[in-house]
Design a protein around this ligand. Structure first.
Ligand code: UGA
Length: 478
């Protein structure tokens, strides 16, 4: 039976649908064991489901099966070990095995920015569906989790019909994820909402039964998890709209930082003051070097590209501005460095030849080893271009950073990194940097100059310790 829209519905109790495999609870596969798929696979095993993680990358699957995560995420290692031990969690590269095992198959593959423009590359989604569908021999649900342009779910449905060869009754649904790196385990086990983009009651009820573990956990903690039932297009849009809103909020406060810099005002106080208005709220108003990562930057670009295709490009033109504000913040650090070091602008921009700059932070945010579109590394590249000698230290991101920006020097410890520096730039707000002792660091550097690219240091304490301090969107403290 098809269901009416728009609606937020009270869902039927568990038991309304039985998993086609005959198992008591639906068996789940997560296709693509990158950041998203691996986290979901581990967390749903933790919730009591039988889970199979699937990937075409054999070495990655072998590592996961042996209990090693290919990325850093707090708390996930322990859960991976625990659930490998329970026998509920397995990994494979074999799509035939996945099809035979699963009732519900989650597509968790990457949708990176295309090399030839702003749009999302959907080739991994296509190859996942093309690899799975021919092996499906009984009813199953394919659920998209990857962030995709609106219209993708309909296209996946067509792909399923093309590749499944009519042997099985396969349905499609879309259920976007909202996990934040660094908090991914919490976000999967205790989501603030779940979205079921479905066409039929069967798909809706199957998704309910897949999330029963999440609802049960919430009930034991006296919480509720809101469920929003939507059509395909709305479900796809919820994700990109949410990320666009978050990106806009960050660029809004960074635009205010630019105005503060021109007027002597302090953006941290401004953010605090406007954030007391509950209509505005105080989250995602931290001005600094801007947003990065594998999601917000590419999602706002792909959304603009899709809106152009749909003939509503004008509606999202502001996202171009959001992107520009974000890029300008990276260059602002180089500008501040040039000013602070008393250096001149040459024919090719700032000239920092012969200057030793230490950059603290390489990842796009703390508690992650992810350096994709990292503002910190973008600044490192820019500083290298000025002729500066750049040394980088990051508690978790060095290995990935070395691969991306081999022109910089990488230090193993904070102390090694700052030794002899003319300027220190804090570009990722790791706890180790926030808690660093400016007196002790001051004894190691050649010049006590610091740029606080995340406004995460106590400026008064640093200034008292003899440092020349510059924040982002903040007046000069003397
Ligand atoms: C983001 C969203 O927050 C998640 O809800 C979403 O599920 C995810 O993308 C995704 O699409 O998969 P994430 O990329 O982990 O999560 O990072 P965020 O915590 O959103 O931070 C993004 C960037 O914004 C970071 O570089 C961070 O330093 C920066 N940021 C954040 C600021 O500059 N200021 C702030 O106030 C907040």
């Amino acid at each position: 039976m098809t269901i009416p829209y728009p609606s937020i519905q009270t869902l039927p109790p568990l038991g309304a649908v039985s998993p086609p495999s005959g198992a008591q609870r639906p068996r789940l596969t997560f296709i693509g064991t990158g950041y998203l798929g691996a986290t979901y696979a581990v967390c749903f095993a933790e919730l009591g489901y039988e889970v199979l993680g699937v990937d075409v990358d054999g070495p990655k699957i072998d590592k996961l099966a042996a209990g090693t995560l290919p990325f850093h995420e707090p708390g996930l290692d322990e859960l991976l070990h625990k659930n490998l031990g329970t026998g509920r969690l397995h990994f494979t590269t074999d799509y035939a095995e996945a099809a035979a095992f699963g009732d519900v198959h989650f597509i968790c593959v990457g949708t990176p920015q295309r090399a030839d423009g702003m749009a999302a590359d959907l080739s991994y989604v296509e190859s996942a569906v093309a690899a799975l569908a021919p092996h499906l021999t009984r009813k199953a649900l394919i659920v998209g989790k990857s962030t995709v342009p609106v219209g993708t779910a309909e296209w996946v449905e067509q792909l399923v019909h093309k590749y499944a060869a009519g042997l099985a009754d396969v349905e499609v649904a879309w259920s976007p994820e909202f996990l934040q790196e660094g908090y991914a385990v919490e976000d999967v086990l205790r989501p603030n909402r779940v979205i079921f983009g479905v066409k039929t009651e069967w798909a809706r009820d199957m998704l309910y039964s897949v999330h029963k573990g999440v609802f049960d956990l919430a009930a034991t903690e006296d919480r509720e998890v809101p469920v929003v039932i939507t059509d395909f297009a709305t479900a796809e849009l919820v994700k990109v709209a949410a990320n666009s809103f978050l990106a806009t909020k960050i660029s809004f406060i960074n635009a205010m930082a630019e105005v503060c810099e021109a007027t002597g005002a302090d953006v941290t106080l401004l953010a605090k003051a406007i954030g007391y208005d509950s209509r505005i709220g105080n989250k995602f108003l931290r001005a600094g070097v801007g947003f990065g990562g594998g999601c917000l930057p590419k999602d706002i670009r792909a959304f603009q590209a899709r809106a152009q295709e749909l003939g509503v490009g004008e509606a999202l033109r502001f996202l171009h501005e959001v992107d520009l504000i974000n890029q300008r913040r990276r260059q602002r650090v180089v500008q501040l460095a040039t000013e602070l070091l008393g250096r001149a602008y040459g024919p090719n921009g700032p000239d920092l030849q012969g200057v030793k700059v230490t950059v603290l932070g390489a990842t796009f945010k703390p508690n992650s080893d992810d350096v994709r579109d990292s503002p910190a590394l973008s600044v490192v590249r820019r500083l290298v271009r000025t002729g500066a000698q750049v040394t980088v230290y990051d508690p978790e991101g060095i290995e990935n950073a070395c691969r991306d920006v081999p022109q910089a020097t990488y230090a193993k410890t904070l102390n090694d990194a700052v030794a002899g520096a003319d300027l220190v730039c804090v570009l990722t707000e790791w706890e180790e940097f926030r808690n660093a002792d400016p007196q002790a660091l001051g004894a190691l550097v050649a010049g006590r100059r610091v740029i606080d690219g995340r406004n995460c240091l106590d400026s008064a304490v640093w200034v008292r310790a003899g440092w020349e301090y510059r924040g982002m969107g903040r007046p000069v403290v003397r």
